[in-house]
Design a protein around this ligand. Structure first.
Ligand code: UD1
Length: 345
């Protein structure tokens, strides 16, 4: 029997990592996960196994530690890496910048440094639309100008992109695909995996579903006086399973040597801008559940509006985010109910 191609998913028990592990297994890859469980837990592996029938190999460890990574690469014949191991809370990064720079950048540099040594050819990186800042024009394409970051978190994404570019251009025998996510939301339709925020959620959807189920009294809508159609901010909300599938295509492209450039960059979004108030309405219509909310002041550092032009990913990768937002909202709600049933939240 032909040996399956082994892919390392760093941060693979996290929100996007776990959904990607599922799609990789479904596509026939052998998945090795490394995660330090700083923002996730082992039970996520049960969820992945329940969905796919396969339990991925799991290494509990920190990617900032070279020895741990060396051991892992010696034991497993890894062909491609998808790097999700990073800290991602914007607010926290402002108070703990060094934690963010260390986690996100040392992890990245360790992986890039070890790739040639162990003959790993392909690297997929989780970047963010945060690199576009407040865009001059929407939708943004991959050629839109990157703006100065407004948080250390955002800055780690920008610097990471540059580190990848410089490393690949230096002649290292590796290829990379940088994926710029817009706002990933929802959960696997089985509700066996999803987003598990630590403490009070900072992001819109977990706060919204926790309010809908009664954990929080009301959702604060941060501002309705922005220059948008209804005054609330506009984002491009992309289904997490759609997002995960793009990673499978990206890593396959790298492993099979089909990339057109040494570093390729793709926006991963739907192409539709949806306002915060429209999103609340969509959730209510999709689930029949009312969300108590109140308009409060603007949140410092928020971008007014940003949505993707995903044409490049559509045409070059042959990928499209096509899950309707109503289905995505139902999946988020089903996941919240699952957490309640399990007594987790
Ligand atoms: C931010 C980051 C993004 C990062 C993501 C995940 C920036 C510009 N964006 O996205 O890079 O990947 O977090 O951590 O740094 N909102 C409310 N009430 C709430 C929560 C949010 O009204 O309780 C509004 C926000 O004002 C915003 C929208 O909902 O307009 C989305 O917010 P959020 O889910 O936090 O994501 P972003 O800030 O877009």
């Amino acid at each position: 029997m032909k040996e399956k191609t082994k892919i390392l998913v760093t941060g693979g028990t996290g929100y996007i990592g776990s959904h990607t592990a599922v799609e990789l297994i479904n596509a026939g890859y052998d998945v090795v996960i490394i995660d330090n469980l700083s923002n996730s837990n082992r039970e996520v592996l049960d969820g992945i196994e329940a969905i796919t029938g396969v339990r991925p190999t799991f290494v509990e460890g920190d990617c900032t530690d070279m020895d741990t990574l060396r051991r892992l690469f010696s034991e497993h014949n890894i062909k491609g890496i998808i790097n999700f191991a990073a800290s991602k809370a914007v607010g926290e990064s402002i108070h703990k910048p060094l934690l963010y720079y260390r986690n996100n950048l040392v992890t990245l540099m360790n992986l890039l440094e070890l790739m040639p040594e162990f003959g790993v050819k392909g690297f997929v990186f989780s970047s963010s639309c945060t690199v576009y800042g407040e865009p001059d024009e929407n939708p943004v394409t991959e050629r839109s100008q990157r703006k100065e970051a407004t948080s250390p978190y955002g800055n780690t994404k920008r610097i990471s992109e540059d580190i990848i570019r410089d490393t690949v251009h230096s002649g290292a025998p590796i290829g990379a695909i940088i994926l710029r996510y817009f706002n990933p939301v929802g959960a696997h339709p089985s509700a066996l995996i999803g987003e598990l925020p630590n403490g009070v959620p900072q992001n819109l959807i977990p706060y919204l579903t926790q309010t809908a189920i009664g954990i929080r009294k009301e959702l604060s809508v941060f501002g309705n006086d922005y220059p948008t159609r209804d005054g609330s901010c506009i984002r491009d909300f992309i289904n997490v399973v759609d997002l995960a599938k793009a990673h499978v295509i990206a890593v396959q492209r790298l492993v099979e040597g089909k990339t057109a450039e040494p570093v390729e960059i793709f926006n991963l979004g739907t192409g539709d801008g949806v306002s915060v108030l429209e999103l609340i309405n969509t959730f209510e219509e999709a689930t029949g559940v009312k969300v108590p909310y109140r308009i409060t002041g603007r949140r410092e550092g928020d971008i007014i509006q940003v949505w993707a032009d995903p044409t490049r990913a559509n045409t070059v990768l042959g990928w499209k985010a096509d899950t309707p937002l109503t289905d995505t909202m139902r999946s988020a709600w089903k996941w919240q109910q699952h957490l309640r049933e399990k007594g987790i939240m």
